[in-house]
Design a protein around this ligand. Structure first.
Ligand code: SF4
Length: 306
């Protein structure tokens, strides 16, 4: 619930989130005249933080990282959001993925790095974080309720230690203390503010209803998350059966990966893009990502020596 009466008084989650944003607004503006970067994935959590940034009166711009594997309805929704926010005077940038200075895509990256899996999520670094501007203050809609992993690893405020590592804080005072003690660290990455980290799904939808926010139509079609089509974090087998054009793109990219890596024939049972695809949607989500299973055509997936 967005408003709750507790032993210590009325808990107003919207006001709390606004205060969390305001706490670093000055520093965000000192880092850039555009202030915060509000990260928009096209999902409901992003919708919430965009509206909170607007309500709080902080200066901000919005950035959406197009992954090239986004659902067509997400692409359309983001285009509509871009138009709406720009009409309200808020800068809104759609960024396209680059790798080593060149434009790339999910499909070209698979050829280089192989299938993205739950334990090997190179895709987030290349496609989602996509050249995050160092030294800036960013706002994300990450929430503890999304997964146990997030509950155990994410914080209200997160400051860079180096380009790859963040250190987390549960209070603005502690986070500001860190920035004062270690001012050079900020230039190594992005400072993250996660104002709805402790919100539930129901809080997010209540907020959408209260402010009549537009949202991605995928939710009305039963989707709980709106990441890439075929994301290994979800049930990509079922999803890709419904989207054969994306399934085909993955199989073709897997074939190109195997063509580039003939050495894998020595250690793996994958014979072609199809068998690698079957391993990917059926077996790669097991504990070590290498368990064997007999496919319909008798081809086993994964490592030969397991
Ligand atoms: S949404 Fe899934 S597939 Fe897309 S970048 Fe994130 S982990 Fe990778």
């Amino acid at each position: 619930m967005l408003n709750e009466l507790t032993l210590f008084g009325n808990l107003d989650r919207v006001q709390t989130a606004i205060d969390r944003l305001k706490a670093f607004a000055e520093l965000a503006e000192a880092a850039s005249p555009n202030g915060y970067i509000v990260l928009d994935s096209g999902g409901k959590d992003s919708g919430t933080i965009k509206a909170l940034a607007f309500l709080s009166g902080v200066r901000f711009e919005i950035v959406h990282n197009h992954t090239t594997a986004d659902h067509p309805l997400t692409v359309r929704f983001v285009q509509e959001e871009q138009r709406r926010w720009r009409e309200s005077g808020i800068p809104y940038l759609v960024k396209y993925p680059c790798y080593k200075g060149k434009r790339t895509s999910m499909w070209d990256m698979i050829v280089l790095k192989g299938p993205p899996t739950r334990i090997r999520r190179w895709c987030c670094d290349v496609l989602k974080k996509n050249g995050a501007e160092k030294g800036r203050f960013a706002v994300s809609g990450v929430r503890w309720a999304e997964s146990v992993r997030r509950k155990n690893s994410r914080h209200l405020y997160e400051a860079p230690v180096n380009a790859k590592t963040l250190v987390g804080f549960h209070s603005a005072e502690d986070a500001k203390g860190y920035l004062e003690r270690e001012p050079a660290r900020l230039a190594r990455g992005q400072f993250m503010v996660n104002p709805i980290i402790d919100w539930t799904d129901e809080d997010v939808w209540e907020f959408h209803r209260r402010y009549k926010l537009p949202y991605n139509p995928l939710y009305d079609m039963g989707f709980r998350r709106v990441g890439c089509v075929g994301c290994p974090m979800g049930d990509n087998k079922r999803e890709l059966e419904k989207m054969p054009e994306f399934k085909e793109l993955y199989i073709r990219a897997f074939q190109r990966y195997l063509d580039r890596r003939p050495d894998l024939a020595e250690t793996h049972f994958w014979r072609n893009g199809n068998s690698l695809y079957r391993w990917w949607v059926e077996n790669s989500k097991t504990a070590n990502g290498r368990q064997l299973r007999l496919d319909s055509d008798g081809v086993t997936g994964g490592m030969k020596n397991e």
